[in-house]
Design a protein around this ligand. Structure first.
Ligand SMILES: CC(C)(COP(=O)(O)OP(=O)(O)OC[C@H]1O[C@@H](n2cnc3c(N)ncnc32)[C@H](O)[C@@H]1OP(=O)(O)O)[C@@H](O)C(=O)NCCC(=O)NCCS
Length: 359
């Protein structure tokens, strides 16, 4: 990789190497907040970043840093993914880790790092860069050629016994006796379907590639869910994800990946995948997973859905299970190379939390 260095005062804008991981690991917790370490219990931020930036089978991340003497003061990372775009599979980059140290803000550091990283992604042949930005970075990106084809909705299922216990200020063990949780789950989730067997897993085996090759035809835009990607993203990640796999006979019919944050009591659906028309598999995965998380005990389960018209069976199931909306979430992308927004498929998008770097 070329390593351009751009000097500004005593700052250098360049690409990070493994040598920078400790400094970036010291810097980034400010962005991720007090629960950052929940994503890698028993490991260091450096180990987590080494997994994220350097162990991805899709290639090394492009990590732009603004370096001051002895420390990092700005970061923009781009993690490669293989993305099905219409009939092709292209390379895309998921941007994240946007942080400029407070005393260096409003000098254009972030903007220049985004440009540096996108130029390198383009040089590596990427078709687009995408990100789930917050309210701080979103307007800056939109002024720099990013577009928002739709937003996500962050939706949630509040666990009634815990919500009530909080409200009344009494122990959750007392409200649990009312059996509200089982009733709420029955309302939120489809009936049990015994045609599918759901089991916990700690790894994805070769059968997942058959599911991917079969299921991908039902979607127009989605991150390639081949074995290499799923192993790295969910099985080898330092984050303690819970993986449940659905099968019919020996064939894998789908999987769900969740993350239960013990510090906050919030669980997140990172990924739910099946054939676009296999409602039985997706519904059974969702049901088993929610039952486990409620026993967990979590106080709420969150999921992202795309807030755009267009049929999506999994999106509909998630909306049914997580009926309350917490907040809209921005989504921004920038086509790279010769592609323009007009070349992107209008429908058939499926993107979930786990396709980004938020958990
Ligand atoms: C969001 C964040 C990364 C932006 O970083 P930044 O380095 O201050 O961003 P920039 O300086 O590039 O852009 C800020 C503004 O300064 C302007 N600016 C650009 N060059 C400039 C210069 N040379 N001098 C002064 N201002 C300049 C930019 O134009 C931009 O304004 P605009 O969007 O109206 O054009 C930073 O505010 C931050 O770390 N926030 C907290 C963490 C966070 O929310 N991260 C986002 C997570 S998704």
């Amino acid at each position: 990789m070329s390593r351009p260095a751009v000097e500004q005062d005593d700052l250098t804008l360049r690409f990070a190497t493994r040598e920078d991981l400790a400094a970036i690991g010291d810097f980034l917790p400010e962005l991720a907040g007090p629960h950052y370490a929940e994503q890698f219990p028993g490991r260091t931020a450096r180990e987590f970043l080494d997994w994220k930036y350097f162990r991805n089978p899709a290639g090394e991340a492009i990590v732009g840093v603004a370096a001051a003497p002895g420390r990092v003061v700005g970061t923009v990372a781009a993690v490669p993914v293989r993305l099905q775009l219409g009939d092709e599979v292209v390379t895309a980059y998921n941007l994240g880790d946007f942080l400029t140290a407070a005393e260096f803000r409003n000098r254009g550091l972030f903007s220049r790092l985004v440009d540096l990283v996108c130029r390198e992604a383009e040089a590596r042949g990427a078709a687009l860069a995408y990100v789930q930005p917050n309210a701080n970075s979103y307007p800056i990106l939109i002024r720099r050629s990013f577009r928002e084809p739709f937003r996500f909705e962050l939706r949630y299922f509040p666990v009634p016994s815990r919500a009530l216990a909080r409200k009344l200020g009494i122990p959750a063990a007392v409200t649990a006796r009312l059996r509200l949780d089982a009733a709420a789950l029955r309302l939120a989730l489809p009936r049990r379907d015994r045609s599918v067997v759901v089991e916990p897993a700690t790894a994805f085996d070769a059968r997942i590639d058959r599911l991917w090759e079969d299921a991908r035809r039902g979607y127009r835009v989605l991150v390639a869910r081949d074995r290499g990607r799923l192993q790295w993203r969910f099985a080898e990640c330092p984050t303690p994800y819970r993986i449940l796999v659905a099968r019919r006979g020996e064939e894998v019919a789908g999987y769900i990946v969740t993350f239960a944050n013990r510090a906050t009591g919030e669980a997140h659906v990172a990924d739910l995948f099946s054939r676009a028309d296999d409602r039985a598999a997706a519904a059974e995965l969702l049901r088993r997973s929610f039952e486990e998380l409620v026993r967990g005990p979590m106080r709420a389960i969150f999921a992202w859905t795309i807030a755009a018209p267009g049929p999506c069976m999994i999106g509909d199931l998630l909306r049914g299970a997580c009926r309350l909306t917490w907040s809209p979430l921005h989504f921004a992308l920038r086509p790279l190379g010769p592609r323009t927004n007009a070349d992107l498929p209008a429908g058939g998008w499926y993107l979930t939390d786990g396709d980004f770097d938020t958990i």
